[in-house]
Design a binder for this molecule. Structure first.
Ligand SMILES: O=C(O)CCC(=O)C(=O)O
Length: 87
């Protein structure tokens, strides 16, 4: 999965995005959209990992699960996004 942010036109600005990983471990990377001087963040998502992106994370950062050449085993990721509320 390539670099992206989740679509804020559907989930609103500064959404809470929570995900749980089951199965094989994968690397999860974050990079700042503007500040090239800010180091990328790498998080290994193992079976049972819970990841929460909240506040301005989705607004200012992109994320990806990079392709890997190693053999990958089955993996399921459940992602929960708080949808934009009608006002
Ligand atoms: O598979 C993952 O851990 C991340 C999935 C993801 O980036 C997304 O749903 O936007």
């Amino acid at each position: 999965m390539s670099w992206h942010s989740d679509r804020e036109d559907t989930i609103g600005s500064n959404p809470a995005i929570a995900s749980v990983t089951f199965g094989d471990s994968r690397l999860f990377r974050l990079r700042h959209k503007v500040r090239k001087d800010v180091e990328q963040v790498e998080i290994k998502l193992h079976h049972g990992s819970f990841l929460l992106m909240s506040g301005t994370t989705n607004t200012y950062w992109q994320h990806q699960v990079p392709k890997t050449k190693r053999e990958v085993l089955p993996r399921i990721n459940l992602t929960f996004r708080i949808a934009k509320r009608a006002v």
